[in-house]
Write a protein that binds this ligand. Structure first.
Ligand code: ADP
Ligand code: MG
Length: 693
């Protein structure tokens, strides 16, 4: 069977009930195939004996030990068991203490004199080797190591009720239940490029025997992913349109009317991009264009104007945003800009109620709606269009390939415009997407003053508070951003809740403000932003939820605390929330005094430059590709197995292969989107954890 045929819900697995399924769902896993494609975050290497003797701080032991003594520490009422163990393997003669917090019952299990297999991470404290996170298993009857020894054990991303044990159990069950998955790549490609069979690659991904084998498996899966990704890119010519409504590239009357009514002039770059899009739209091959430009450079406006052409020719437009908040904001702006022209706009997210949703879906299928704006909800199977001709994707790096394709399937070769504020190197884009076109807006609208950025040490925050007070007195607004929601966990970091108390009580008493973070219900967030937009609130105290796309022109101050903890691109996005009008704006980056050299460099880049392209480059330079590699997220495209920064040689190799294959194997190009989507070894991406909470 093919992986895609594992389309039964994970609740069909033994032991997976409703609660566990919910936890899986927040990892984007709902079908058995999703679970099969859930990549481990990392692996526990239990292949070799690592004795206690000679263990360094932070290292893992993987060995056989004997219990030599028990003792207790802590107050009478909170006594904690400490089990002293020593190496018994011939390879070490170390001793260590196992701290059994809340597990004093282990006294009965870990009896003095008995011998166990031990795996765990150790710290050196006061010359003593200690661990509070360890695993002890009895040896087998014949004295040999228990089953986990000698393996690489997968370490999965977790959520809710999930534990490593549960996920490992479920993946094993799945792999046992279904023998021999079919190859996802043509046989001759596997042979020629020394790849693994898909079945082997999947089994190895979860339970590898060695590092070498694991690398081979990941290479195979990455190859497969890139192969189909590029194949989609090449399909453009295969799906040429014969029903272009008109071949006249000149500006439509709707566009003219709209542009004439704008209170400002479009920039040269905006006009240029509009012209490029017009040309794409009359081309028999559908548009596949990436529009990059810094935050606030006017990309979204370009998107709205370009959609007028589609609408004038009776096509429908889908506009997809990554979050409910952004979708709503776009919908409000679109209503204000486009409804006066008689354009019918609808809004669809997960929060739209059933009755409204039903009516909306009907109107959409009947062609009574020109533009639909929404989130992932737009992908739902029951959302059908009468004539979807144009798809606009905002902040496209937040969506996975599969999601993009499922929207494509709802139209007949629709034009696609993807927008991003995260610039990507052109060569990389071309290699990955094949024939993706790129437009760039480099100039900001005229009259924008560059944002002034101050680096503020923790001690000099008073001056910052006064400066912002002056802005309030001018009727301007501010954002205060902190890395945490509450003080739980005692990280020593400032958090939104306590700072909200301090700001409203001590610093700015009497000035209206609100608290906003991801744990608030969606409608509350929306309401707060609405009041902020109307000017009823002077400032928002927030986590990085304000990071993307929020557009409130009257906000002139952005304060980011613990700025040293944010990445450059996050800081740039946050700063982009101000400077969105002709008002002078300010960004205050507050840092702790003992900065690392790297953190200092990053803050200096922010102070020196407001150019997103420059900042992205510096980010790479400072962090180096190694650092970025760990994240799997390339910043502009979510892939599961391939890494766009470190897998450049593989990407180039796959490109050559695809070039050859489409020349000899035209059948491959004829695959339907639906098939391609399921062939693709890409599970839906789940929201990356933001630095919050
Ligand atoms: P982006 O999508 O690139 O972040 P937007 O299209 O949202 O940028 O534009 C940011 C703000 O600037 C919006 O309020 C928009 O109306 C305004 N704007 C766009 N283009 C211009 C322009 N040429 N002149 C003045 N203001 C503009
Ligand atoms: Mg935007």
């Amino acid at each position: 069977m093919f992986v895609r045929q594992l389309n039964m819900p994970i609740t069909s697995l033994k032991g997976v009930g409703k609660k566990v399924a919910e936890s899986y769902a927040s990892l984007g896993v709902s079908m058995c195939s999703d679970l099969l494609l859930l990549s481990p975050r990392t692996y526990e290497d239990r292949t070799a004996i690592v004795p206690l003797g000679g263990l360094r701080d932070g290292q893992y032991a993987n060995t056989i030990v004997q219990v030599v003594a028990h003792s207790y520490f802590g107050g009478l009422h909170k006594r904690t068991l400490k089990v002293i163990v020593k190496d018994v393997s011939s390879e070490g003669d170390g001793k260590a203490s196992l701290l059994c917090f809340g597990r004093n019952f282990l006294e009965k299990v870990l009896r003095v004199g008995s011998i166990f297999y031990l795996y765990g991470q150790f710290q050196r404290n006061f010359k003593e080797l200690q661990s509070s996170q360890f695993e002890m298993l009895p040896l087998a009857h014949d004295g040999s190591m228990p089953g986990d020894f000698g393996k690489f054990l997968p370490v999965y991303p977790l959520a809710g009720l999930l534990t490593q044990r549960i996920v490992r159990r479920d993946v094993s069950a799945l792999l046992e239940q279904y023998q021999a998955f079919e190859n996802e790549l043509p046989e001759y490609i596997i042979k020629e490029h020394f790849l693994m069979n898909t079945d082997k690659a999947l089994r190895t991904l979860h339970f590898p025997d060695s590092k070498t084998e694991l690398d081979e498996a990941i290479k195979t899966l990455a190859f497969t992913e890139l192969f189909y990704l590029q194949l989609i890119g090449r399909r453009k010519s295969a799906t040429a349109r014969t029903d272009i409504p008109e071949t006249d590239v000149s500006i439509t009357t709707l566009e003219q009317k709209f542009i004439a009514a704008l209170p400002f002039e479009l920039t040269k770059d905006q006009l240029q991009v509009l012209q490029e899009i017009r040309k794409d739209m009359i081309n028999p091959s559908p548009m596949n264009r990436l529009l990059q430009g810094d935050v606030g450079s006017g990309k979204t406006l370009v998107a709205w104007i370009s959609s007028l052409r589609t609408i004038q020719h009776h096509g429908q437009v889908a506009f997809m945003a990554p979050t409910e908040l952004l979708a709503r904001q776009h919908a409000e702006k679109a209503a204000q800009l486009l409804e006066p022209l008689g354009i019918k706009i609808a809004f669809l997210t997960g929060s739209v109620n059933q009755t409204a949703r039903k009516n909306l879906i009907k109107a959409l299928a009947n062609g009574e709606i020109d533009i639909i704006i929404g989130t992932h909800a737009l992908f739902s199977e029951d959302v059908l269009f009468s004539a979807l001709r144009y798809i606009i994707i905002d902040e496209q790096q937040r969506f996975g390939v599969v999601q993009r394709i499922s929207l494509l399937e709802k139209g007949r070769s629709p034009d696609v415009l993807m927008m991003t504020a995260t610039p990507i190197p052109r060569t990389l884009a071309l290699t990955v997407f094949g024939d993706l076109d790129i437009s760039t807006i480099k100039t900001m609208p005229i009259g924008r003053l560059p944002i002034i950025t101050y680096l503020v040490s923790n001690q000099s925050r008073e001056r910052m508070y006064s400066a912002i007070k002056v802005e309030f007195s001018r009727g301007h607004q501010a954002y205060f951003v902190y890395p945490r929601i509450d003080s739980a966990g005692d990280s020593g970091l400032r958090d939104v809740e306590s700072m909200y108390q301090m700001l409203t009580k001590e610093i700015y008493p009497g000035i209206p403000a609100a608290l906003i973070h991801s744990r608030l219900p969606e409608d509350e967030k929306v309401d707060i932003l609405l009041r902020f937009r109307k000017g009823e609130l002077a400032y928002l105290v927030s986590t990085s939820v304000v990071e993307v796309g929020i557009d409130i022109p009257n906000a002139t101050c952005m304060v980011v605390e613990h700025a040293e903890r944010f990445g450059l691109s996050a800081l740039h996005q946050l700063r982009g929330r101000v400077g969105r009008s002709t008002l002078q704006s300010y960004c205050f980056l507050v840092y702790e005094s003992n900065l690392t050299e790297e953190a200092r460099q990053r803050l200096m880049v922010m102070k020196e430059s407001t150019d997103g392209f420059y900042i992205a480059e510096q980010d790479l330079l400072i962090r180096g590709p190694g650092e970025v590699a760990g994240t799997r997220q390339s910043g502009f495209l979510k892939l599961h197995f391939a890494n766009l920064l470190t897998d450049l040689p593989l990407i180039a190799q796959v490109k050559t292969v695809v070039d050859q294959v489409v020349a000899i194997d035209a059948e491959l190009l004829k695959l339907e989107h639906e098939t391609l989507r399921r062939v693709l070894l890409v599970a839906p991406p789940f929201e990356e954890k933001v630095m919050e909470g």
